[in-house]
Design a protein around this ligand. Structure first.
Ligand SMILES: [Zn+2]
Ligand SMILES: [Zn+2]
Ligand SMILES: [Zn+2]
Ligand SMILES: [Zn+2]
Ligand SMILES: [Zn+2]
Ligand SMILES: [Zn+2]
Ligand SMILES: [Zn+2]
Length: 227
């Protein structure tokens, strides 16, 4: 029972804080007596407050979860607002419920390289994440943490292997071509690196060249050698 009584004893103390109570200010809760402040807070503890709206919940229609109670219509994913069910379990972060999808998207990072959860240092690029140890060239394993990197189909490449993959390297010197290049034999060449494999005369695609085993030759050499 909750009520107010007068005590005819000299030293009545608050059950909780031990304060000696003025006889006119004794508040009773069950068998215990409290000062005004402690009475309020004790009463409050007994109340069911919704973890979402913090309003009192009356009756026994509520959801008990995450050490709190919730209005049934106030227990939903804190991110997308979807309701939980057996097929839609909830996950907790900082006392708030999240659906599985948002939980994993928002709070657990999956390494693009090894597909394991990231709980240490990581690198991010284009909305993807990698363990620092996994942030390396797909071809040569060189760490790209301090290097220029390229991402093709979620795979990382160092500059060299990116250009190789994208077919941007000169077929002769294996260095990147720039805007002016010759495209011949399905490869790119520095203009001055597209020459006859035998006499080294620079060839121009429009002047005609001959191909033998993937190598370019001027007409004269081709006829002399293979003609
Ligand atoms: Zn007290
Ligand atoms: Zn509520
Ligand atoms: Zn959600
Ligand atoms: Zn990894
Ligand atoms: Zn590489
Ligand atoms: Zn070249
Ligand atoms: Zn030649």
């Amino acid at each position: 029972m909750i009520g107010q009584n007068f005590y005819h004893v000299d030293h009545v103390q608050c059950r909780k804080c031990g304060k000696v109570l003025d006889q006119s200010k004794i508040l009773e809760l069950g068998d215990d007596i409290y000062c005004e402040v402690c009475f309020e807070s004790e009463c409050d503890l007994g109340k069911n407050r919704c973890g979402y709206c913090n309003e009192e919940i009356f009756g026994d229609l509520y959801i008990k979860a995450l050490d709190k109670v919730w209005h049934p219509n106030h227990f939903f994913c804190s991110y997308c607002g979807c309701k939980f069910s057996e097929e839609q379990p909830f996950f907790e972060i900082d006392g708030k419920p999240y659906c599985e999808e948002d939980y994993s998207r928002l709070f657990s990072k999956i390494c693009q390289g090894c597909n394991e959860v990231i709980d240490e240092d990581f690198m991010s690029a284009m909305d993807m994440h990698w363990h620092t140890k996994c942030f390396k060239c797909h071809v040569c394993d060189k760490s790209l943490c301090d290097e220029a990197f390229y991402c093709i189909d979620c795979e990382l490449y160092c500059e060299f292997h990116y250009q190789e993959k994208e077919n941007l390297l000169c077929a002769h010197c294996n260095k990147p071509v720039d805007k002016r290049y010759v495209f011949a034999l399905n490869k790119r060449w520095h203009p001055n690196h597209f020459f006859c494999d035998f006499c080294k005369t620079v060839l121009y695609t429009n002047s005609g060249f001959k191909e033998y085993k993937d190598k370019p030759y001027c007409k004269e050499c081709y006829i002399r050698l293979y003609g």
